[in-house]
Write a protein that binds this ligand. Sequence first.
Ligand code: DX5
Ligand code: ZN
Length: 214
Amino acid sequence: MKMISPSLLSADFGNLQRDIEMLNNSECDWLHVDVMDGIFVPNISFGQPVVKHIKKHARKPLDVHLMIMDPGRYVNDFKESGADILTVHYEACTHLDRTLHSIKDAGMKCGVVLNPHTPVVLLEDAVQICDVVLLMSVNPGFGGQKFIENTYNKVRQMKELCMRKNPSCLIEVDGGVNVDNAHKLYEAGADVLVAGNAVFKSQNPSQTIIELKR
Ligand code: DX5
Ligand code: ZN
């Protein structure tokens, strides 16, 4: 599959509705929403009230990436705010299995995110209940960082693991994705690419989304 989930972290927060409308009319598949708590990652972005407003205008599924400690505490809050897909970090969950089940029980698609240093093999068991796994290709916290090349290997390893344990699980990649590396990522086995700066800092965001899907 070739899907694009533009990251609203790089949108103009003063004109969020305008940027969401642009994405509604584009060929993107999901809207990627980055929630940061200033503890799990060094940056603070926004929380449920903003997600709720994004939901009011969005006509595509909200792919909410929680970069917060103990995300299990907020599963129902994000369901109420309008998340369709909720992903939590392996590194931020003590009871990952419980958290993933609570996301599913709340009626959302669930996923685990791995930081660049976390090996794919740790998902051997959890992948069986995941709808998506998200591989970070930068250290989370900021948009506009440089893509980590080892990600291609991790995507291939993840693809192999999914084929053995859960072939319908989607592989998503987040961080430093652009028109130069997108094709190679799809080739390695990625299904969904997150792109922040590549989309919002380009001259023609809708056209860039088309190019990222090619
Ligand atoms: C980083 C976030 C990303 C970020 C991607 O911590 O999880 O989703 O917005 O931005 P780019 O595509 O600019 O690296
Ligand atoms: Zn993200």
